[in-house]
Design a protein around this ligand. Sequence first.
Ligand code: ATP
Ligand code: MG
Length: 446
Amino acid sequence: MLQLPANVEFILNMLNESGYEAYVVGGCVRDALRGQQPHDWDVCTSCLPEEAVELFEALGYPVLKTGLKHGTITILMDGEGYEVTTFRTDGDYSDHRRPDAVHYTESLLEDLSRRDFTINAMAYNPVLGFVDYYGGQADLEQRVIRCVGDPGQRFNEDALRILRALRFSAVFGYGIDPATENSIRLNKLLLHEISGERIRDELCKILVTENSARLLRRYADIFSVVIPEMEACIGFRQNNPYHLYDVWEHTLCALEESPNDLWVRLTLLFHDIGKPLCYTEDENGVGHFYGHPAVSEQMTRARMRALRFSNREIDTVSQLVRHHDDDVQLSTAYARKLLNRLGGFEQARRLIDVKKADVSAQDHALYHQRTDKLCSFGLILRKIEADSLAFTIKDLTIDGHDLMGIGYEAGPGIGQMLKRLLDEVISGDLPNTKAALIAYAAKHKE
Ligand code: ATP
Ligand code: MG
């Protein structure tokens, strides 16, 4: 028995009473069986979309028709939207990513057979109970991701399913059935057909799971198809006593040590991708990677652009990549300059998280010393925050109007003086009081 929300039960009843089949289906059945609260309840039905619109509008409910072309309508009840989709079969997939046409069917079995994995292909209604043609419940119990039908055919229809399999494996901590896994490896190049944004969405969901590093390690060959820069890192030996691992294994170990923050994790994924390009050996045969943060930053920008991240997201991550190897200094002035450069505490704390994870995946001899230093730096940040110390021009106790008040003319000179005042305040040479700043500005007026 599944406990359905009253509105969902009402929708199923209304469709049933009007002579149609109707079930909850897919992710919600899976999640409910796993003992988790589903985040939405999808209904599927033999009722055609136009008829379902008529039925629920006649009952007085507003219906959104945005998905009508794909057979989906959204019924609004108590301020929430409930999706109802007519049983479908997908037509041919000539481009490995979307069906050429969608056909309606009266058969629930046909609708379930187009779904990706057995655990996602179950339906339920209170009268008939569970409908599970493909062994989804058994696979849930065995904790395994398995394609519905022939894996090769399913991945050829829609190659995104390759990443969806990895994602469900990561999110639930399930294994992947051997036949499905083999087929994933065999068909990985089909991922070239998939758009950047769909890949991005799956990648991000994988990265914020507990299993992200394990998954990236096991399926490095698959992830290298969507992030080709990774390939050169795999097995790239560093030949340096500070480094325990090859570049890729170091990346994974750092990820394992990181907090669950998408931006920190994306940064760690990309932080060393420039290393293979920067490798040099000194006369003792020791490997170095001078300039790799800047090279990694450029490569990160390019890859994130290809994956259709927003400019803001790209800036956030590439800035952290750029600074991941900076040697922080334990002074308030340095910390305030860094806060200015990074734009605030959130990003500065991410940088500390990145650096902590990075050093934890390096030579253990220096681990405590380096980690202690980063913790001390964190305390300095906290003190700056608690004392509300200035680190941007906005934080100064005077602004451009005050400068005009003492005879500065509108123009670039004002910005220059404010910048200079901030430098003096940050370095501790000038208190951030109105009187002190005005006096300094008056004295240094040209
Ligand atoms: P979640 O919403 O938690 O990510 P979900 O299983 O609900 O998981 P959705 O992407 O919302 O995933 O899709 C709903 C259902 O549609 C899935 O459970 C599955 O049955 C089917 N489905 C979604 N995407 C595909 C696909 N690419 N190929 C085949 N079936 C799919
Ligand atoms: Mg869903």
